[in-house]
Design a protein around this ligand. Structure first.
Ligand code: FAD
Length: 462
């Protein structure tokens, strides 16, 4: 049946509720407003109902219910996708947040998480065993959307992208069938789930490889923005020869009111370097010495548990968001100057960040043929706009567009779709590369020929 934006009737919802372990929320329920809120405050959609699933059976029931009635389906994990595709107007949201269980197998060094678990659920559970895997850079991101889109984080140069650590996915398909994908089971589907996002079904669980990680070191160093070009060049040259244990970023940001920030900088634009070292503080200080000696005006260096690092940058929800990204094959001095001057147009003060990420290490070395071609780029520039006042909407969008324009001479043309909003079909295709896109479209034809799961960075059935 063709999908429409119509809403299920109260009678239909009563039918869905009869055999449902979780909770089905309709527009008249008091928690409807909370249930339809996502991270990006620009997204204001009113689903016909929100099925907060608790079991795989709930997910199967919700998908079949929607399909039988031709209702549009949205799939919600952590609600962090800035494009806001986790919600639909009318239709049915398959909300996975109650499916957040984490089962660690320390002996096998694996973890199996529910499709609605956040990075915080995962990191805290595995840390007690001295283990970790590549996660996003905040604790509130959904593991599902993050890993299925590729997954980039502080540990990636050591342990690879999050999808490189994906061992198995349990999925409910568009037909409402529960299937498993792993290296030896539905291997083509398994390949597609390494970057292809939510196109192929609802992931009810993901199993990931873990690695020993007993200690973590963080350095957060601040400068006046005018020092930016010198700092960025030094960061670029440092990372070029740094060991895989080093992760990090240059971030132009509004300096927060923290004890390690000099008073005159608080509330103003600052140039920050965040460095992580996957190891103890003493060794970390030694490895990071070239950057620590660069004359920062504020900052801190500390050893800390990995899960604490992961929640340190948790952005407050409720802001308006517009993000983009450009992946670069080179970052010469001219690009450094343009990157730094791009910060001048940012909405400040705000939680916005103008970010330069280094890749390399295990990210670049992987021989896997997954549909994440952006992994080969050594640099990513990521304008990440968060602001409060709708009057700044145009300015924030224009800033992200201008940053991309500035970086285009060095762009590989690759796109990491988790880092952008809705930028059209060409950018989606560029997210995978032409050959991968064709192969993904063939997998889509097999598992979702009617494009039931189209509220995502959509791959049309080939
Ligand atoms: C504050 C913040 C920080 C971030 N930091 C990073 C970072 O460091 N590195 C990085 O790589 N990304 C980062 N992201 C981007 C993030 O990885 C993507 O937005 C990701 O899609 C979020 O997943 P989610 O489940 O939270 O979002 P949702 O909005 O719930 O989901 C986004 C889409 O993913 C799909 N999806 C989600 N869960 C499932 C599932 N279980 N089964 C099938 N499909 C599913 C759906 O298509 C959905 O539309 C960040 C985002 C935010 C808001």
């Amino acid at each position: 049946m063709t999908q429409t934006n119509s809403s299920p009737t109260e009678a239909a919802l009563a039918e869905l509720r009869t055999d449902f372990t979780g909770r089905v929320i309709g527009p008249a329920d008091p928690d409807y407003a909370e249930a339809r809120t996502v991270f990006n405050a620009m997204i204001d959609r009113s689903p016909g109902a929100i099925a907060q699933c608790e079991t795989v059976r709930d997910v199967v029931g919700a998908v079949r219910f929607a399909r039988e009635r031709g209702l549009e389906i949205a799939v919600r994990g952590g609600g962090h996708g800035v494009a806001g595709k986790a919600l639909t107007d009318g239709g049915l949201v398959v909300d996975l947040r109650r499916m957040n269980g984490v089962v660690v197998d320390p002996g096998a060094r694996t973890v199996r998480v529910g499709g609605g678990a956040t990075m915080g659920h995962l990191d805290r559970a595995v840390q007690t065993h001295g283990l970790a895997t590549t996660g996003g850079r905040v604790s509130t991101t959904g593991v599902g959307g993050f890993v299925l889109g590729g997954g980039s984080g502080w540990l990636e140069r050591k342990f690879g992208l999050a999808c490189d650590n994906l061992l198995a996915v349990e999925l409910v398909t568009a037909d409402g069938e529960a299937v498993r994908a792993a290296g030896d089971e539905n291997p083509e589907l398994f390949w597609a789930l390494h970057g292809g996002g939510g196109n192929f079904g609802v992931a009810t669980s993901l199993t990931l490889r873990l690695h020993p990680l007993s200690a973590m070191t963080l350095a957060l160093l601040l400068w006046e923005p005018g020092a930016g070009p010198e700092v960025v060049r030094a960061f670029r040259d440092f990372v070029a020869t740094a060991p895989d244990e080093v992760g990090g970023a240059v971030l132009y940001l509004t300096a927060p009111p923290e004890p390690f920030v000099p008073e005159p900088l608080v509330g103003r634009l600052a140039c920050a370097v965040l460095l992580t070292y996957a190891g103890d503080e003493e060794t970390g200080r030694g490895v990071l010495r070239p950057m620590l000696g660069l004359g920062h005006v504020g900052g801190m260096v500390t050893g800390l548990p990995y899960a604490d690092l992961q929640s340190m940058l948790d952005d407050p929800p409720g802001y308006r968001n517009h993000w983009s990204a450009e992946y670069l094959e080179d970052f010469p001095d001219q690009a450094v100057e343009l990157f730094c001057s791009g910060a001048d147009r940012m909405v400040v003060p705000s939680p916005s960040q103008h970010v330069l990420f280094p890749q390399g290490g295990a990210v670049a070395r992987s021989g896997a043929d997954y549909p994440v071609p952006w992994r080969r780029a050594p640099w990513a520039v990521h304008p990440l706009g968060l602001w409060a006042d709708p009057a700044d909407d145009d300015r924030a969008r224009e800033w992200a567009r201008a940053v991309r324009d500035d970086m285009r001479p060095w762009s590989t043309g690759d796109v990491y779709l988790n880092f952008i909003g809705d930028e059209g079909e060409q950018r989606v295709a560029a997210g995978f590369g032409a050959d991968n896109h064709r192969r993904l479209a063939a997998v889509k034809s097999r598992y979702d020929p009617d494009n039931v799961f189209h509220l995502n960075h959509n791959i049309k059935p080939g």
